[in-house]
Write a protein that binds this ligand. Structure first.
Ligand code: GLA
Length: 719
């Protein structure tokens, strides 16, 4: 009897294990992380694991089944679904079963997994795509939805990604704010129920909230410790992240287009492709997560991510709308003196019937204002060429002022409610990019300028209004497609521009950082992170964006904001990103001017370190009176440290700043640079030689007791 029981127990155990092992296991891996799915006995797909890489294949059979991977509306789960479909017969449910999956190697460092799911009663197919960038530990996911019902099905929800986490606590950092007050980092613990981060602004979509988040697991993550998931959506429009904690304290994260007012009628056999959601999972804090994104962005995502960037002088804050040829030529001379690569002509150069003398008129009429620029843009590009600098130009091609010829001729191209009074944001309205004719018009704004003036070397593409008066004359009875078709229309235009002018760098701007997503950055080499150029504010704004974006794509200009700060402080802050100036030399003393000229030279030398190196955030401006950030090149030969005293307190104790990212066994010479002409460095042990070990463990006394002081220290390895 005893033997029989033992035999039976063994038999049951073995058959359980065999069954467990036979279950389809799909593993999406990078060098450090695993995302693992399993097919359940019921044929449905479950996410079993997300976290540090698991190295022993035999363990996988024992992973728990956990939660359904891509939750559908209408079945037995009581929380927010990833997808909600209404079929031709009015049935609003979907039950997805695993059909197959493929695993392809796109390159030795990128692999793609596609999991195909299908409803068992309706001909609806959902394909989950995962692209793993192994070295950078980034996973890109998107979803494709299609069907073969007779008539269109209605998509009410259509997430790009759904992720499940099972931890003791969750801390969410959002990046919210307003115009000139972007990306304030606010951390909060998540409790039962939902927290939503979203945008309904349409065009200037990220003005109030950026499309990225950090989620620390079990405890608040620090720069160099803690498990953290960082995610962002590549969609230049309404986005939504839903964080929902269920009754078991498990967290579900649903990311995608904001389905708000955006039900989508999907025709039979048409494929609805969601935007990409990108995430990384760092086991050693926020700093590593940022560096993962920076490396990946430069290598795979951002337009010309591996190429150089131009320094520039922009006339916006130097002149606003008040300029003429003479003033512009004078500014070009300033650009030459400063030693920057380009002069960028901003808003105010166009329109004749309603000249663009303020932001109240002219937007849409893209010809030079004859009495302001009698010799046209051609004269300016010629002059720039003679002076040995490049010429760039500002446009805002998606928008129109009601006081413009374009509006008078083509009201049918404007998003507006036919039977209501118009509401204006910055005195303007948004053109209807869901309309192919409007797409042609917007493409032609760039194409006409480039055809007429092939020496234009750069565009600043602005977008100052959210979508207001929400009605598309083109979409007629499909109004709920507007937010989506607008963005697709925009990408269509940008694709055409990129195809015809592949080497044309462009800056994305949206009244500052109103557009800041990685899909847009496939077309743009950089973006204007804020209209707020007060260097103290910038320390926070740059700190915020640096969580996701590399310095290479973040434009930072020296201006006259906050005259309490010296030109040195302002320039030192801007040098942490892509440097530019928005200032007249007549606003500066001779001393300031020579300081800036030297700073540009230093910047040019340090560009490979700042723009292409690894960034380490050393001391946060949040909650501190000082802040410091450093960059180290990949060979660990050259580094540069920036340190700022914002508001030191009387008798405050300052600690040495411990550096990071250096080779402990290399010897480095430290040297303070960007000193005012004639000034001597007060940095202790300036120009002395230290081991990387010393610099990283003992540190340098970079902070001072002086208000609004700044220091830049160049660090060079010596054999
Ligand atoms: C926006 C931009 C500014 C400038 C103005 C011009 O506000 O953010 O940099 O280009 O438009 O009108």
């Amino acid at each position: 009897m005893k033997g029989k029981i033992i035999f039976l127990t063994c038999f049951l155990l073995i058959s359980y294990l065999v069954k467990a092992e036979n279950k389809q296991v799909i593993k999406i891996s990078t060098n450090d992380i695993d995302l693992i799915y399993k097919v359940g006995d019921n044929g449905r797909l479950y996410q079993s694991y997300l976290g540090k890489k698991l190295h022993h294949p035999s363990d996988l059979a024992y992973l728990p089944q956990e939660a359904e991977a891509y939750l559908t509306h209408g079945m037995e789960d009581y929380f927010e679904p990833a997808i909600h479909v209404v079929h031709n017969d009015g049935n609003p449910s979907l039950l997805l079963k695993y059909i197959s999956h493929t695993e392809n190697s796109i390159s030795p460092e990128i692999s793609e997994t596609v999991i195909t799911l299908q409803d068992d009663k309706y001909p609806v197919t959902v394909k989950l795509h995962y692209i793993a960038y192994t070295k950078e530990n980034i996973i890109k996911t998107f979803t494709e939805i299609s069907h073969q019902e007779k008539k269109p099905i209605e998509l009410q929800k259509y997430a790009s990604s759904m992720l499940h986490l099972n931890h003791s606590q969750y801390f969410l950092t959002e990046f919210s704010g307003d115009w000139a007050n972007e990306v304030n980092m606010k951390e909060q613990p998540l409790e039962f129920g939902k927290k939503i981060l979203d945008s309904k602004l349409g065009t200037r979509a990220n003005m109030l909230c950026s499309p990225f988040f950090q989620l620390s697991l079990d405890q608040k993550a620090e720069e160099n410790q803690g498990e953290i998931l960082v995610g962002t959506l590549g969609w230049t429009g309404n986005f939504r992240f839903t964080f929902e904690i269920d009754n078991k304290n498990k967290l579900r994260i649903i990311s995608g287009i904001n389905p708000y007012a955006s039900e989508y009628l999907l025709k039979p056999n048409e494929v609805f492709k969601t935007p990409d959601f990108y995430f990384t999972y760092s086991l050693s804090g926020k700093g590593q997560a940022s560096r993962n994104f920076h490396d990946w962005a430069r290598k795979y995502q951002v337009k010309d991510g591996g190429k150089d960037r131009m320094t520039l002088l922009n006339n916006w804050e130097a002149t606003y709308f008040d300029f003429n040829e003479e003033k512009l030529v004078k500014l070009m001379d300033d650009a030459v003196k400063l030693g920057v690569d380009m002069f960028l002509l901003d808003d105010g150069w166009f329109a004749n019937k309603y000249p663009r003398s303020s932001d109240h008129q002219g937007l849409g009429d893209w010809e030079e204002t004859a009495d302001k620029l009698p010799n046209g843009i051609g004269y300016l590009t010629e002059t720039a060429k003679k002076k040995g600098i490049k010429f760039g130009i500002w446009i805002e091609p998606e928008m129109v002022n009601p006081k413009s010829e374009l509006y008078e001729k083509h009201k049918d191209w404007v998003i507006h409610l036919p039977n209501r009074e118009e509401y204006y944001f910055r005195n303007q309205l948004v053109l209807d990019l869901s309309n192919p004719k409007v797409q042609d018009y917007v493409f032609n704004v760039v194409d006409n300028l480039m055809t007429k003036y092939p020496d234009i070397a750069f565009f600043k593409w602005d977008c100052n209004s959210p979508i207001t008066n929400i009605y598309s004359p083109y979409l007629k009875d499909k109004q709920s497609h507007l937010y989506i078709d607008y963005v697709r229309g925009l990408y269509n235009v940008l694709d055409r521009i990129k195809a015809k002018y592949p080497n044309l760098p462009m800056m994305l701007c949206s009244g500052g950082g109103g557009r800041s997503d990685y899909e847009a950055l496939k077309y743009f080499t950089e973006f204007w992170i804020s209209d707020n150029t007060d260097p103290i504010e910038r320390l926070f704004i740059q700190w915020g964006y640096s969580q996701i974006f590399p310095a290479k794509v973040m434009c930072a200009h020296v201006t006259t904001w906050n005259k309490n700060t010296s030109i040195k402080f302002r320039t030192d802050v801007a040098m942490m990103c892509k440097l530019g100036f928005d200032i007249k030399l007549t606003d500066m003393s001779k001393n300031d001017e020579s300081y800036c000229e030297q700073a540009v030279k230093n910047y040019n030398r340090l560009k490979p370190v700042i723009l292409d190196g690894d960034m380490f955030r050393l001391v946060s401006p949040y909650g501190n009176n000082h802040t410091s950030t450093m960059y180290v090149d990949k060979a660990q030969q050259n580094a540069v440290v920036f340190a700022f005293d914002i508001h030191p307190r009387y008798a405050e104790k300052t600690l040495p700043v411990r550096l990071q990212g250096l080779d402990p066994d290399k010897m480095y010479r430290i040297k303070e640079i960007n000193l005012m002409p004639g000034a001597n460095s007060s940095l202790p042990n300036n120009e002395k030689l230290f081991s990387g070990e010393f610099l990283m463990n003992v540190g340098l006394d970079l902070f001072t007791k002086q208000q609004l002081n700044s220091r830049i220290v160049e660090i060079t390895a010596e054999d």
